[in-house]
Structures are given as C-alpha cells and as structure tokens.
Design a binder for this molecule. Structure first.
Ligand SMILES: [Fe+2]
Ligand SMILES: [Fe+2]
Length: 331
C-alpha cells in the first residue's frame, strides 16, 4: 500500500544545462534509468525519498492488519489475511532494495522512520476496531494503492518500475479479498451490514486523502511528472478511484459518507464534497490516533530482530571465509 501525494521533487541542482537536457532526452524517449546511470542529484533524492516512504508504508501497513490475524472469523479468512500481510512485508523488502540501489542503506532508512524523520502513509494511523475494517482496508486502501501504483509500473527508474509489476499483481488480490469480506458482511444480518457501513464511514475520507493534497496545493508535483516518476496528478488519480469505487459501494447497498457526492451526467464523473484537509495535515504531522503505537511497535520489531540480523551477518561471514579457504586450498 502506498500514497504518493506528499513527495515533492528536488528540482534545484548545479548540473550543467547539457547534462540535464541529455538526461531529459532519455526520459522523453521512455528509456529506463538504471542505478549506475548518471542522473541529476534532484532525481536521485526525489526517488530515494519516494521509494523509502513507499517501503515504510508497506511495512507499517502490516501492523493494523496483523492485529486481526489471531481474531479472523474463520480458518479461510485467517489464511488469506496471513498471506496478504506477508505480501506487504515482501513489498517493503523489494522497495528497500530498490532504494538501496540509489545509495542509501536499509539501516539509515529504518532509523529515519523510527526517529520520526521519514514519512509513511498516514492512513495507517487510523485504528481498526472491527473485523469489517480488514475488509474495508483491502477494498479501499489497497484499492487506492493500486490506482497509485499501476502508473508506477511505467516509472522512469528501472528498479522501481519492475518492482511495481509484481506488487500490483499482489495488490489486486488484496483488493479482492477485502471486497469479498465486505460483500459477505453486507449480505449478512442487519448487524453485519451495519458493521460494514460503519467501517466504510470510518475509511472513506482517509482513503480519498491517500492521494495527497489537491493539485493546486501540491508542491513540486510538476517536476516529478517531467521526470516521469509520476504519470498522473493527485486529483486525477483520486477521481479515477472514486469513479471505480462508487458503483462497488452501490452494488453492496452501502453509502459513502458524503452528502454532496453526485454523478455529473455531462462529465461522466462522480463529484465529491469538500475534503477536510486540516484533518489530513493533523494526521500527517503525527496527530493520528495510532501514530505513537505504530512507531513503537515498529521499533520493538526492529529491536527484537537485532539478534537475527547479527546472526545472519555472522553466518554470511563464516560462509564467505569457508569459501575463500576452499578456493585457496584448490589453487
Ligand atoms: Fe503492498
Ligand atoms: Fe496490499
């Protein structure tokens, strides 16, 4: 899962005009930029920040859902949720590896997350009080992530674009498993249907906010578009998501909590009411209900795993020494 809206591009640089023009020509020709290629410092910094934030979001996103693995209502649900949470861990790993090709270490990225310097998708700072939230997260949050990530499969930076292809395939399974949970509840008893509706009420607006600030307030978005890191604006992606999701809600007999939502016959789009951006910025700045818990849980997992990392390194070191000894003996 991932929200791209907060990443501004670093446009300023002291590279020569010719260098920048040659780089832009490669981008315009839809060539992929690979880790060892020359690239403007701003391009490198923007991508490092964006991929790291994306990786953190995948990893932190495991927490609200992991919380429900032991309480899933059936064995089938539990197996699907376990697989989903494991996928998110895998997404985080591909992405940390992609960011490492740009010259930043995994330790550095993790430290920045734990000390509160690095951002992750603010959606994960909301609590998941009922089982219906697991369905709604798959349906809306993974659904929004897919809208964001499909265009990233064509991102100009090779390792990021390639990682996204597999990630998107897995996200579409997450989206379906979520929708199926909500569908079961919506077709169940009146209490179950109410549970699904309450959950939609909780997650609708945060999901729309996942696309980031409105285009008019989105700083440096243009540079990311020119570099073909980003292919669509925040508002365009949000609109695509709404147009895809409203018919799904209607099919379930659920209503999004927006009294101003209406279908515009002329444009063929669903128009939404005012988004509460004050709430968005409050959560982004660490004011989310679960902000402290999520980082504390992540820190605990990182600290508890320290011995595993040390043991793995010691094992790799021993193996290398043994291989070297064998090679020397053979010479
Ligand atoms: Fe993911
Ligand atoms: Fe996902």
């Amino acid at each position: 899962m991932y929200a791209q809206g907060l990443i501004g591009a670093d446009g300023a640089s002291d590279e020569s005009e010719e260098f920048l023009a040659a780089f832009q020509a490669r981008i315009d020709a839809e060539e992929k930029i690979e880790p060892n290629d020359a690239m403007p410092e701003g391009y490198r910094k923007t991508l490092t920040r964006q991929i790291a934030q994306h990786a953190h979001s995948e990893i932190v996103g495991m927490l609200p859902e992991g919380n429900w693995i032991t309480r899933a209502p059936t064995l089938r649900r539990k197996a699907a949720l376990l697989a989903k949470v494991q996928d998110e861990g895998g997404h985080g790993l591909y992405l940390y590896a992609a960011a490492e090709t740009l010259g930043v270490s995994r330790e550095q990225m993790t430290e920045e997350l734990l000390c509160g310097k690095a951002k992750y998708s603010s959606i994960f700072n909301y609590p998941t009080p009922t089982w219906a939230d697991i369905g709604t997260i798959g349906w809306l949050v993974d659904g929004a992530a897919i809208m964001n990530q499909i265009p990233l499969c064509r991102c100009s930076f090779g390792p990021y674009a390639r990682a996204m292809i597999r990630v998107c395939k897995e996200e579409s399974f997450h989206h379906r498993q979520g929708y199926e949970i909500v569908m079961t509840l919506a077709q169940g008893t009146p209490e179950q249907k109410q549970m699904a509706q309450d959950s939609l009420d909780r997650w609708w607006w945060p999901s729309l906010m996942m696309f980031g600030p409105s285009d008019s307030d989105s700083v440096h978005s243009e540079q990311s578009m020119t570099w073909k890191i980003k292919r669509f604006s925040n508002d365009d992606l949000r609109q695509k998501f709404i147009d895809a999701t409203i018919p799904q809600a209607e099919y379930l007999g659920l209503k999004v909590p927006d009294p101003d939502m209406r279908f515009n016959e002329e444009t063929g789009h669903h128009e939404h009411g005012e988004i509460d951006w004050d709430e968005f910025w409050r959560v982004v700045k660490g004011g989310g209900k679960m902000n402290r818990d999520r980082i504390a849980d992540r820190k605990k997992a990182w600290d508890d795993g320290a011995w595993v990392r040390e043991a793995a390194l010691a094992h790799a070191e021993k193996r290398r020494a043994r291989q070297e000894a064998t090679l020397e003996a053979a010479e």
